[in-house]
Design a protein around this ligand. Structure first.
Ligand code: GLP
Length: 241
């Protein structure tokens, strides 16, 4: 695991965007695993700038997102599909037919998960998976558990995750309590993984996840076993390492 220290969120975003654009340049038809949350917003802004400057071409890129809230439509401004459209896809020349997010409106959770695993399988492995880090060590929406879930599954979000995500909703009651998430196996099968983390609030979990024991109670800890992980974190997030 390689850890790169950035001065702050902006520098973290620059470094992460350069890493992703290098991947697209080297393999224009690559499959990107993409993430939501506040961590990647700056990275996506940098990618948009590079595209606008004519330095980046998304026309052959495919993307597979990590997760989606169960019950939210793509038009709901809190859905992850909406997030991806507004924070990246609408601003670059990616073919939206090649962008995938779990179907939050599929009421049959088994079908939703099966369909998403089929999409992942069809694409072979993900070339580069971008990840944020949840406050409790979750990746995607793989919450702390007794075992590592392999494939796409429907999760009951933990109270701490519901609380952390409440900042994006008008009230706590509106935060969905369940989500569909790609499993740990699909994440671990990505050829390369890029983790971005920022802020003092994440310092404790960064230390636990990347230097502590590998355990499903801290899902991100499994990344220690992946052969090609790069963590780009700002000074604050690395302050306890
Ligand atoms: C959500 C997402 C994760 C994300 C995490 C951290 O729970 N499902 O993919 O990594 O939040 O979010 P943030 O980057 O806002 O701290």
């Amino acid at each position: 695991m390689k850890i790169i220290q950035a001065e702050n969120y902006d520098q973290m975003s620059h470094i992460a965007a350069n890493y992703i654009s290098a991947q697209i340049t080297l393999k224009p038809d690559c499959v990107l695993g993409l993430a939501t949350g506040s961590s990647p917003v700056g990275t996506y802004q940098q990618l948009i700038r590079q595209y606008q400057a004519g330095d980046l071409d998304f026309s052959e890129v495919s993307s597979i997102n990590l997760d989606e809230y169960r019950g939210l439509s793509p038009e709901n401004d809190q859905s992850y599909r909406y997030f991806m459209d507004t924070n990246l896809f609408n601003h670059v020349n990616i073919d939206k037919n090649r962008t995938y997010v779990p179907d939050g409106l599929e009421p049959d959770s088994h079908k939703a998960c099966r369909d998403y695993d089929a999409i992942i399988r069809t694409h072979g492995s993900i070339d580069l998976q971008l990840l944020g880090l949840g406050n409790n060590g979750h990746i995607g929406f793989n919450e702390p558990a007794d075992t590592f879930a392999k494939g796409t599954h429907c999760v009951d979000l933990t109270p701490s995750t519901i609380q952390a995500n409440a900042r994006f909703f008008a009230s706590m009651d509106e935060v969905p309590k369940q989500a569909y998430t790609m499993g740990i196996q699909s994440i671990m099968q990505a050829k390369k993984i890029l983790v971005i983390v920022s802020g003092t609030a994440k310092a404790g979990i960064v230390k636990e996840a990347f230097t502590g024991p590998v355990t499903p109670q801290v899902p991100a800890s499994i990344l220690q076993l992946h052969p090609d992980v790069t963590v780009v974190a700002d000074k604050d997030a690395l302050s306890l390492l």
